[in-house]
Write a protein that binds this ligand. Structure first.
Ligand code: GLN
Length: 265
């Protein structure tokens, strides 16, 4: 019974894939627009004139397996979800799947896990026995964030009365690197996802930064966003993502682009 169900699912997906790609002839490939924000290493970051990273490898594979031409659009992080108005547009930007965002777009299956980290000048915060920073240390601090990210939203919520970072002031920047460069001037610490925080610490030895996990916060899952009810593309993406996960490709790409090898998750 289970087998029959799996076979049926495979058939549905195969037909969807065919319908998605089969209507174009070979010389005029359909375009796949991928919206991202390139200040989020190792998932998307500039290299020469290109944008590279784990998400870009995923985007290339999706376009390739769907027989489409990839067009990467580097936009402000806060503009990504609203940009997904067409059937052939996806948001691939280390986007955490959240209930609020799910009201605006549909998400793929999760493809990576993260947790919030704090970036700070060495010696300005202390670590607990698990090498984490307690939320209480961020009370009354000026916290830099990338505007619109989960780090930004959490920092906002937790700085309210009774929150983990009660009394903190949140200052939004275009991306976490710009925020981190402002530590000691416009802000005191930066809250951003684990892998980007570690990348910022490693890539900027002159800034004397450290990055550690904030205790007491939940982990997050990244998904690919598509316009609501764009089921055909969503099924195709889920199919390809599942293949990439099983092939170990995502971890492989992560290890290529990151300073910190992926954990067994
Ligand atoms: N995962 C975080 C979010 O979805 C940060 C993503 C990013 O900065 N590109 O908000």
């Amino acid at each position: 019974m289970k087998k029959a169900l799996v076979l049926l699912l495979i058939l549905i997906i195969a037909v969807s894939l065919f319908m998605f790609t089969g209507c174009k002839n070979q010389d005029e490939k359909g375009k796949l627009y991928v919206y991202t924000e390139s200040g989020f290493p190792p998932f998307e970051y500039p290299s020469g004139n290109d944008i590279v990273g784990v998400d870009i490898e995923i985007a290339k594979t999706i376009a390739d397996r769907l027989g489409m031409e990839l067009v990467v659009k580097d936009v402000n992080f806060e503009a990504i979800l609203a940009a997904l108005t067409d059937d052939n547009a996806i948001g691939l930007a280390g986007l955490t799947i959240t209930p609020d965002r799910e009201e605006e777009v549909d998400f793929s299956i999760p493809y990576f896990e993260a947790v919030q980290y704090v970036v700070y000048k060495e010696g300005t915060l202390t670590l607990d026995e698990n090498s984490m920073v307690s939320g209480a240390q961020l009370k009354n601090k000026v916290i830099g964030t990338q505007s619109g990210t989960t780090g930004d939203i959490i920092a906002d919520e937790e700085s309210a009365e009774g929150g983990l970072f009660e009394g903190a002031t949140v200052k939004g920047y275009d991306n976490a690197l710009i925020a981190a460069q402002d530590i000691g001037n416009g802000c005191e610490v930066v809250v951003i996802d684990r892998h980007t925080a570690l990348q910022i610490e490693a890539n900027n030895p002159n800034l004397n930064l450290k990055a550690n996990q904030i205790a007491q916060l939940d982990s997050e899952s990244y998904g690919i966003a598509v316009k609501k009810a764009n089921k055909k593309l969503l099924y195709a993406i889920n199919w390809i993502l599942q293949e990439l996960i099983e092939e170990g490709k995502i971890v492989e790409w992560f290890n290529e682009h990151s300073v910190s090898p992926a954990e067994e998750e």
